[in-house]
Design a protein. Structure first.
Length: 381
């Protein structure tokens, strides 16, 4: 039940995006780092490092993608590459789980790292060509996946003044939603926003805040056969608009006394708070998850017999004038063995601080807002 919210309209940032990954907590994965997606016969064995300081650094030349990595399925749920492409995928909630040959995360890998995917889905780096290839090649190499919604963002660069002369920076984004509207239906693409006509206000903020979760795009009935709306989408869109309203282009004593880095750190915390929204009623069924942006780790849902919940949150900000990216990933829930030695090793591997709750034979970790972030990256596009 992953979820994401974003806007492309803010005067300061060409992209503001925040997302939660909801997953079985025992599913093995690596935290966000620079990498390339390995072929199927190769392992992904980069050791994750936790950043406690955040200074802009250029990405490694041979590692084009910044994302987490699903060790089990060899794809990812969300990421950004060196050229500024961004992709976020969610599954479509369906009543029956059908086995498929390819993970949904392969779509994200194909978009962010096409060179390392064999055979390639498309022969062009252009977003429209990628979408055209996906729609017109229903029997393509990564077509046999479950139901998905895939947000694809592509930067449009403009000439801006730099200290050493003109620079081409990603001042706006094209946005497309690619979806198969359920695992048994054809893939289709829908343009969300063209960067040639962005909705950017120079003196007043007029934000269009978008949301993406597990419903069926532009359908009154979702994959579970329910007609009532996904409440967490409308709630998240409003919370995003509220959070950004105070970061307008008009005069502000608070803004004038803060650096851009301080403003971004503050905004990150507000977006992390957005990603922590929970409805007043408890979650007893999968249907109840549709109202909650944050899903606490639980064993209480009969149809989900294993620990499941929001395992991490991610925030990405792209500055409109400079193209500098802030990428923050934070742990929310994790499972580790209950023994003291295993717990110590788990802490040593990531150096993260968590609130502990002993539950049966395992320890569930809920990250507090004061905990060390799992990874922070600043880099230019």
């Amino acid at each position: 039940m992953c979820v994401g919210f974003w806007t492309l309209d803010h005067p300061e940032w060409s992209l503001v995006l925040c997302t939660n990954r909801d997953e079985f907590l025992d599913r093995p994965s690596q935290p966000a780092q620079w990498h390339s997606f390995p072929p199927k016969h190769e392992s992904f064995n980069i050791t994750a490092q936790t950043d406690t300081h955040c200074k802009p650094q250029s990405p490694p030349p041979m590692e084009p993608v910044l994302s987490g990595f699903d060790i089990q399925a060899r794809g990812t749920w969300f990421g950004i590459n060196q050229s500024g492409r961004v992709a976020l995928i969610t599954n479509i909630a369906e009543p029956h789980v059908t086995a498929h040959t390819v993970s949904r995360g392969a779509w994200v890998a194909a978009y962010l790292d096409p060179i390392h995917q064999a055979p390639p889905l498309h022969e062009s780096d252009d977003l429209s060509e990628f979408v055209r290839g996906a729609v017109t090649r229903p029997e393509g190499p990564i077509s046999d996946t479950g139901g998905f919604n895939l947000l694809l963002l592509e930067p449009q660069r403009s000439i801006v003044d730099g200290l050493e002369g003109p620079l081409r920076r990603p001042t706006a984004f094209n946005a497309t939603l690619l979806s198969n509207t359920g695992s048994e239906t054809p893939i289709r693409g829908r343009t969300i926003r063209s960067a040639s006509n962005p909705n950017v206000a120079s003196t007043n903020i007029s934000l269009t805040c978008e949301g993406l979760s597990n419903g069926v795009d532009q359908s009154e009935i979702d994959g579970l056969g329910l007609r009532d709306p996904w409440k967490k989408i409308s709630v998240g869109q409003q919370l995003l608009a509220d959070a950004l309203a105070q970061y307008g282009p008009g005069p502000s004593d608070t803004r004038q006394s803060q650096s851009m880095e301080e403003l971004e750190d503050q905004l990150v915390e507000e977006l992390m708070s957005l990603l922590s929204y929970r409805a007043p009623l408890p979650i007893n069924t999968v249907r109840d998850m549709r109202d909650n942006i944050f899903v606490p780790a639980s064993l209480s849902i009969p149809s989900i017999p294993k620990w499941y919940g929001t395992c991490l949150s991610t925030v990405v900000l792209v500055r409109r004038t400079t193209g500098e990216v802030l990428f923050v990933e934070r742990d929310r829930s994790a499972l580790v063995p209950r023994s003291d030695n295993a717990l110590a090793a788990w802490r040593a591997a990531g150096g993260r601080t968590f609130d502990e709750a002993l539950l049966e034979e395992q320890v569930v970790k809920h990250a507090t807002r004061q905990s060390l972030v799992r990874g922070v990256r600043r880099f230019p596009l």
